[in-house]
Design a protein around this ligand. Structure first.
Ligand code: PRE
Length: 290
Protein backbone atom coordinates (compact mmCIF):
# COMPACT_ATOMS: atom_id res chain seq x y z
CA UNK A 1 0.00 0.00 0.00
CA UNK A 2 1.39 3.43 -0.91
CA UNK A 3 2.15 5.74 1.99
CA UNK A 4 -0.92 7.69 3.09
CA UNK A 5 -0.58 11.48 2.94
CA UNK A 6 -2.82 13.15 5.48
CA UNK A 7 -3.48 16.87 5.63
CA UNK A 8 -4.96 18.38 8.76
CA UNK A 9 -5.95 21.72 10.26
CA UNK A 10 -2.69 22.75 11.90
CA UNK A 11 -0.25 23.84 13.08
CA UNK A 12 0.99 20.92 15.21
CA UNK A 13 -0.74 21.20 18.58
CA UNK A 14 -4.31 21.51 17.29
CA UNK A 15 -7.03 19.17 18.47
CA UNK A 16 -7.23 18.04 14.85
CA UNK A 17 -3.57 16.89 14.98
CA UNK A 18 -4.25 15.06 18.25
CA UNK A 19 -7.13 13.26 16.56
CA UNK A 20 -4.97 12.41 13.53
CA UNK A 21 -2.17 11.01 15.72
CA UNK A 22 -4.64 8.91 17.67
CA UNK A 23 -6.30 7.34 14.61
CA UNK A 24 -3.79 6.94 11.79
CA UNK A 25 -1.24 4.18 11.75
CA UNK A 26 1.71 6.04 10.23
CA UNK A 27 1.78 8.22 7.14
CA UNK A 28 3.01 11.49 5.85
CA UNK A 29 1.28 14.30 7.78
CA UNK A 30 0.95 17.81 6.35
CA UNK A 31 -0.31 20.81 8.30
CA UNK A 32 -2.63 23.44 6.72
CA UNK A 33 -3.43 26.80 8.21
CA UNK A 34 -7.17 26.70 7.57
CA UNK A 35 -10.01 24.31 6.81
CA UNK A 36 -10.42 25.61 3.20
CA UNK A 37 -6.66 25.28 2.59
CA UNK A 38 -6.76 21.64 3.72
CA UNK A 39 -9.84 20.80 1.64
CA UNK A 40 -8.42 22.62 -1.42
CA UNK A 41 -5.26 20.50 -1.13
CA UNK A 42 -7.39 17.34 -1.22
CA UNK A 43 -9.33 18.71 -4.19
CA UNK A 44 -6.17 19.49 -6.14
CA UNK A 45 -4.67 16.05 -5.43
CA UNK A 46 -1.80 17.50 -3.37
CA UNK A 47 -2.79 15.07 -0.59
CA UNK A 48 -5.03 12.00 -0.62
CA UNK A 49 -6.74 12.58 2.70
CA UNK A 50 -7.87 15.58 4.75
CA UNK A 51 -8.97 15.79 8.37
CA UNK A 52 -11.12 18.72 9.49
CA UNK A 53 -13.45 19.42 12.45
CA UNK A 54 -17.14 18.84 11.77
CA UNK A 55 -19.17 19.28 14.95
CA UNK A 56 -18.71 20.05 18.63
CA UNK A 57 -20.93 18.88 21.47
CA UNK A 58 -21.20 22.39 22.98
CA UNK A 59 -21.05 24.76 20.03
CA UNK A 60 -22.55 22.58 17.30
CA UNK A 61 -21.55 22.31 13.66
CA UNK A 62 -18.38 23.73 12.18
CA UNK A 63 -20.27 25.50 9.39
CA UNK A 64 -17.15 26.33 7.43
CA UNK A 65 -16.44 22.61 6.96
CA UNK A 66 -20.01 21.67 6.06
CA UNK A 67 -20.48 24.56 3.64
CA UNK A 68 -17.12 23.97 1.99
CA UNK A 69 -17.91 20.27 1.44
CA UNK A 70 -21.30 21.16 -0.01
CA UNK A 71 -20.47 24.22 -2.13
CA UNK A 72 -16.80 24.25 -3.07
CA UNK A 73 -15.33 20.75 -3.36
CA UNK A 74 -16.36 17.32 -4.51
CA UNK A 75 -15.18 14.95 -1.78
CA UNK A 76 -16.57 12.11 0.31
CA UNK A 77 -16.48 11.66 4.05
CA UNK A 78 -14.73 8.31 4.38
CA UNK A 79 -14.44 8.17 8.19
CA UNK A 80 -15.33 10.18 11.26
CA UNK A 81 -13.75 10.26 14.69
CA UNK A 82 -15.11 11.61 17.94
CA UNK A 83 -12.50 12.99 20.29
CA UNK A 84 -12.75 14.36 23.86
CA UNK A 85 -11.95 18.09 23.99
CA UNK A 86 -10.40 19.67 27.08
CA UNK A 87 -9.79 23.39 26.89
CA UNK A 88 -7.20 25.04 29.13
CA UNK A 89 -6.17 28.63 29.75
CA UNK A 90 -2.54 28.88 28.63
CA UNK A 91 -0.14 31.62 29.67
CA UNK A 92 3.47 32.58 28.97
CA UNK A 93 6.20 30.67 30.84
CA UNK A 94 7.21 34.01 32.50
CA UNK A 95 3.67 34.63 33.78
CA UNK A 96 3.69 35.76 37.38
CA UNK A 97 0.19 36.95 38.25
CA UNK A 98 0.00 39.79 35.71
CA UNK A 99 -3.44 41.04 34.63
CA UNK A 100 -4.33 39.28 31.39
CA UNK A 101 -5.38 41.84 28.77
CA UNK A 102 -6.12 39.72 25.73
CA UNK A 103 -7.12 36.11 25.03
CA UNK A 104 -6.56 34.37 21.70
CA UNK A 105 -8.25 31.25 20.37
CA UNK A 106 -10.28 29.59 17.65
CA UNK A 107 -13.96 30.66 17.56
CA UNK A 108 -15.13 27.13 18.46
CA UNK A 109 -12.90 27.09 21.56
CA UNK A 110 -14.01 30.58 22.62
CA UNK A 111 -17.64 29.52 22.28
CA UNK A 112 -17.04 26.36 24.32
CA UNK A 113 -15.68 28.55 27.17
CA UNK A 114 -18.10 31.42 26.86
CA UNK A 115 -19.48 31.31 30.43
CA UNK A 116 -16.02 30.86 31.91
CA UNK A 117 -14.77 33.96 30.05
CA UNK A 118 -17.87 35.96 30.94
CA UNK A 119 -17.44 35.21 34.67
CA UNK A 120 -13.67 35.40 34.97
CA UNK A 121 -12.66 37.92 32.30
CA UNK A 122 -15.64 40.23 31.74
CA UNK A 123 -15.02 42.64 28.89
CA UNK A 124 -11.65 41.12 27.97
CA UNK A 125 -10.40 41.58 24.43
CA UNK A 126 -10.91 38.32 22.51
CA UNK A 127 -8.86 37.70 19.38
CA UNK A 128 -9.92 34.94 16.97
CA UNK A 129 -7.32 32.69 15.33
CA UNK A 130 -7.41 29.95 12.69
CA UNK A 131 -6.78 27.31 15.37
CA UNK A 132 -6.12 26.91 19.09
CA UNK A 133 -2.51 25.95 18.34
CA UNK A 134 -2.02 29.19 16.40
CA UNK A 135 -3.37 31.05 19.46
CA UNK A 136 -0.81 29.25 21.64
CA UNK A 137 2.01 30.33 19.29
CA UNK A 138 0.83 33.94 19.54
CA UNK A 139 0.65 33.80 23.35
CA UNK A 140 4.18 32.38 23.48
CA UNK A 141 5.55 35.24 21.41
CA UNK A 142 3.52 37.96 23.15
CA UNK A 143 4.42 37.88 26.82
CA UNK A 144 2.61 37.41 30.15
CA UNK A 145 -0.37 39.71 29.54
CA UNK A 146 -1.64 37.57 26.67
CA UNK A 147 -3.30 34.17 27.13
CA UNK A 148 -4.57 31.47 24.78
CA UNK A 149 -7.24 28.79 25.02
CA UNK A 150 -6.04 25.42 23.81
CA UNK A 151 -4.90 21.93 24.75
CA UNK A 152 -1.97 20.52 26.76
CA UNK A 153 -0.07 19.60 23.60
CA UNK A 154 -0.07 23.22 22.38
CA UNK A 155 1.06 24.26 25.89
CA UNK A 156 4.00 21.84 25.76
CA UNK A 157 5.01 22.74 22.21
CA UNK A 158 5.08 26.46 23.02
CA UNK A 159 6.44 26.24 26.59
CA UNK A 160 3.24 27.75 27.98
CA UNK A 161 1.90 27.17 31.49
CA UNK A 162 -1.61 25.86 32.08
CA UNK A 163 -3.06 28.56 34.35
CA UNK A 164 -6.45 26.89 34.58
CA UNK A 165 -7.46 23.50 33.22
CA UNK A 166 -10.80 22.27 31.85
CA UNK A 167 -12.37 25.68 31.37
CA UNK A 168 -15.01 24.50 28.85
CA UNK A 169 -18.50 25.26 30.15
CA UNK A 170 -19.94 21.74 30.01
CA UNK A 171 -18.52 18.29 30.71
CA UNK A 172 -18.53 15.66 27.99
CA UNK A 173 -17.07 18.09 25.51
CA UNK A 174 -16.38 16.19 22.28
CA UNK A 175 -15.67 17.15 18.69
CA UNK A 176 -16.38 15.05 15.59
CA UNK A 177 -13.75 15.21 12.87
CA UNK A 178 -14.36 14.25 9.25
CA UNK A 179 -11.79 12.32 7.23
CA UNK A 180 -12.33 13.21 3.58
CA UNK A 181 -10.98 12.00 0.24
CA UNK A 182 -11.65 12.80 -3.39
CA UNK A 183 -10.97 9.31 -4.71
CA UNK A 184 -11.72 6.99 -1.78
CA UNK A 185 -8.73 4.81 -0.85
CA UNK A 186 -8.21 2.47 2.09
CA UNK A 187 -6.93 4.04 5.31
CA UNK A 188 -4.37 2.52 7.67
CA UNK A 189 -5.78 3.12 11.14
CA UNK A 190 -4.99 1.88 14.65
CA UNK A 191 -8.56 1.55 15.88
CA UNK A 192 -11.75 -0.42 15.26
CA UNK A 193 -14.91 1.42 14.27
CA UNK A 194 -17.61 1.85 16.81
CA UNK A 195 -20.39 1.91 14.18
CA UNK A 196 -21.15 2.76 10.54
CA UNK A 197 -22.84 5.96 9.43
CA UNK A 198 -24.02 7.65 6.25
CA UNK A 199 -24.38 11.39 5.59
CA UNK A 200 -26.72 12.73 2.91
CA UNK A 201 -27.61 16.20 1.75
CA UNK A 202 -31.23 16.87 0.85
CA UNK A 203 -32.74 19.84 -0.95
CA UNK A 204 -36.47 20.51 -1.08
CA UNK A 205 -38.13 21.83 -4.26
CA UNK A 206 -39.90 24.72 -2.58
CA UNK A 207 -41.35 25.57 0.79
CA UNK A 208 -44.66 23.72 1.18
CA UNK A 209 -46.65 22.39 4.12
CA UNK A 210 -45.24 19.13 5.47
CA UNK A 211 -42.22 18.98 3.14
CA UNK A 212 -39.70 18.17 5.86
CA UNK A 213 -42.16 15.80 7.50
CA UNK A 214 -42.37 13.81 4.23
CA UNK A 215 -38.58 13.70 3.95
CA UNK A 216 -38.22 12.37 7.49
CA UNK A 217 -41.05 9.88 6.95
CA UNK A 218 -39.07 8.26 4.10
CA UNK A 219 -36.42 7.30 6.67
CA UNK A 220 -38.79 6.64 9.55
CA UNK A 221 -41.01 3.99 7.97
CA UNK A 222 -37.87 2.12 6.83
CA UNK A 223 -36.76 2.17 10.49
CA UNK A 224 -33.56 4.05 9.61
CA UNK A 225 -32.28 5.84 12.69
CA UNK A 226 -31.10 9.43 12.22
CA UNK A 227 -28.40 10.82 14.52
CA UNK A 228 -28.39 14.39 13.21
CA UNK A 229 -30.43 16.73 11.08
CA UNK A 230 -29.39 20.27 10.37
CA UNK A 231 -30.56 22.93 7.97
CA UNK A 232 -28.11 25.32 6.31
CA UNK A 233 -28.82 28.21 3.96
CA UNK A 234 -28.56 27.29 0.26
CA UNK A 235 -27.17 30.81 -0.23
CA UNK A 236 -29.68 31.44 -3.03
CA UNK A 237 -32.01 33.66 -1.00
CA UNK A 238 -33.61 33.97 2.41
CA UNK A 239 -35.72 30.97 3.35
CA UNK A 240 -33.89 28.52 1.02
CA UNK A 241 -32.22 25.68 2.89
CA UNK A 242 -30.59 22.32 2.41
CA UNK A 243 -30.61 19.61 5.06
CA UNK A 244 -27.72 17.48 6.23
CA UNK A 245 -28.91 14.18 7.64
CA UNK A 246 -26.73 11.58 9.38
CA UNK A 247 -28.11 8.05 9.29
CA UNK A 248 -26.87 5.46 11.74
CA UNK A 249 -26.14 2.74 9.20
CA UNK A 250 -23.90 2.05 6.22
CA UNK A 251 -25.15 2.79 2.72
CA UNK A 252 -26.93 -0.24 1.28
CA UNK A 253 -28.36 -1.00 -2.15
CA UNK A 254 -31.97 -1.35 -0.98
CA UNK A 255 -32.85 1.24 1.66
CA UNK A 256 -30.95 4.28 0.36
CA UNK A 257 -32.01 4.00 -3.31
CA UNK A 258 -35.54 3.50 -1.94
CA UNK A 259 -35.34 6.72 0.08
CA UNK A 260 -33.80 8.56 -2.89
CA UNK A 261 -36.56 7.44 -5.27
CA UNK A 262 -39.25 8.36 -2.76
CA UNK A 263 -37.74 11.81 -2.21
CA UNK A 264 -37.27 12.41 -5.93
CA UNK A 265 -40.94 11.62 -6.47
CA UNK A 266 -41.62 14.49 -4.06
CA UNK A 267 -39.34 16.79 -6.07
CA UNK A 268 -36.45 16.61 -3.56
CA UNK A 269 -32.80 15.84 -4.34
CA UNK A 270 -30.64 13.52 -2.23
CA UNK A 271 -26.86 13.52 -2.54
CA UNK A 272 -24.59 11.05 -0.76
CA UNK A 273 -21.80 12.89 1.13
CA UNK A 274 -20.28 9.73 2.55
CA UNK A 275 -20.80 6.33 4.11
CA UNK A 276 -18.13 5.59 6.64
CA UNK A 277 -16.88 3.95 9.84
CA UNK A 278 -17.22 6.02 13.01
CA UNK A 279 -14.32 5.87 15.50
CA UNK A 280 -14.48 6.92 19.14
CA UNK A 281 -11.06 8.02 20.28
CA UNK A 282 -10.15 8.32 23.96
CA UNK A 283 -7.17 10.58 24.43
CA UNK A 284 -5.01 10.41 27.50
CA UNK A 285 -4.56 14.07 28.42
CA UNK A 286 -2.17 14.57 31.32
CA UNK A 287 -2.41 18.07 32.76
CA UNK A 288 0.39 19.83 34.63
CA UNK A 289 -0.97 23.07 36.04
CA UNK A 290 1.22 26.13 36.66
O1 PRE B 1 -8.19 24.77 16.78
C1 PRE B 1 -8.03 23.54 16.91
O2 PRE B 1 -7.26 23.05 17.74
C2 PRE B 1 -8.81 22.67 16.06
O3 PRE B 1 -8.41 21.54 15.83
C3 PRE B 1 -10.15 23.17 15.56
C4 PRE B 1 -11.30 22.91 16.51
C5 PRE B 1 -12.68 23.18 15.82
O4 PRE B 1 -12.75 23.86 14.80
O5 PRE B 1 -13.70 22.70 16.36
C6 PRE B 1 -11.27 21.49 16.92
C7 PRE B 1 -11.69 21.08 18.15
C8 PRE B 1 -12.21 22.04 19.14
O6 PRE B 1 -13.63 21.95 19.06
C9 PRE B 1 -11.79 23.43 18.87
C10 PRE B 1 -11.27 23.80 17.68
Amino acid sequence: MEEQTIGYLGPKGTFTKMAVDALFDGGNFISYESIPACLDAVEEGEITTGVVPLENAIEGSVHLTIDYLVHYVNQSIIAEMTVPIKQHLLVHSQYNGEKIERIYSHSQAIAQCHQYLHKNFPGIKIEYTTSTAKAAEIAASSGPKVAAIGNHLAAERNQLKILEDNIHDYDNNHTRFAVVQKNPKTLKVKDHPHKQKTTVMITLPQDYVGALHQVLAAFAWRKMNLSKIESRPLKTGLGNYYFIIDVEQAYDQIMFPGVKAELEALGCQMKLLGTYPSYQISLHTPVKKA
